[in-house]
Design a protein around this ligand. Sequence first.
Ligand code: ATP
Length: 227
Amino acid sequence: MTSTKSGINTIINNGIGILGGTFDPIHLGHTQSAQAVANQLNLTEVLLIPTHIPPHKISAKLVPHASAEQRAAMVEIACQKSELFTCDLRELKRSGHSYTVDTLKELKQQYPTKALFFIIGMDSLLTFTTWHKYKEILSLCHLVVNTRPNYSIEQLNEETKTLLSNCQTADLTELTLVNHGKIFFAIKYFLDVSSTQIRRRLAQKKAYNHQLSPSISEFIHKNKLYR
Ligand code: ATP
């Protein structure tokens, strides 16, 4: 039994955190909020899983993007800096689009005795009910939601509100009683940063270093990304 920062005793020592993202680039909002979740839930491993970027996402944002290899390299660098993180390239290795539900099914097979904690930001919760087989996703993992500036619970659609009324828990011990199906809002950890902001700032030659770890800044600089 261990004690979390919130003072609630919990025995989550057999879980794996999962953070999927385009990581274009990976920034401190990703790593610090995932670290805060790991601290709160007592997780010792978080998988960072770079996803394919859907074509509409690229064309919708009028700034240059990194290649899949470069995004993966940046995630690898972030993992070298922390024992908590492991880079998992399974989605990039699949051809074409891959669904979260398929990744979670694979992970469940790979770690049959572990509870999976899928970490998302509030922006992702807003669209969660549009995700492919979202109910099945919840049959494979718990969702842990991180707050983000400019995204609030008031913006949720009716379906997500219903989902929350059925699945939300604020009780960490409840997360230990079952190994899937709960939605938990993590301790508020606000870092006002997004990859879009960073790409824009770089394209406009504005300062961005406070939003990235120095080794990722160095990689971006060396590879002349996002100019
Ligand atoms: P973009 O601006 O290109 O859309 P992003 O900064 O939102 O990118 P993604 O790689 O798309 O980053 O995000 C991966 C996951 O990390 C998502 O669930 C997202 O909600 C979450 N996330 C991103 N930035 C933050 C942040 N500052 N705080 C908490 N969660 C975040």
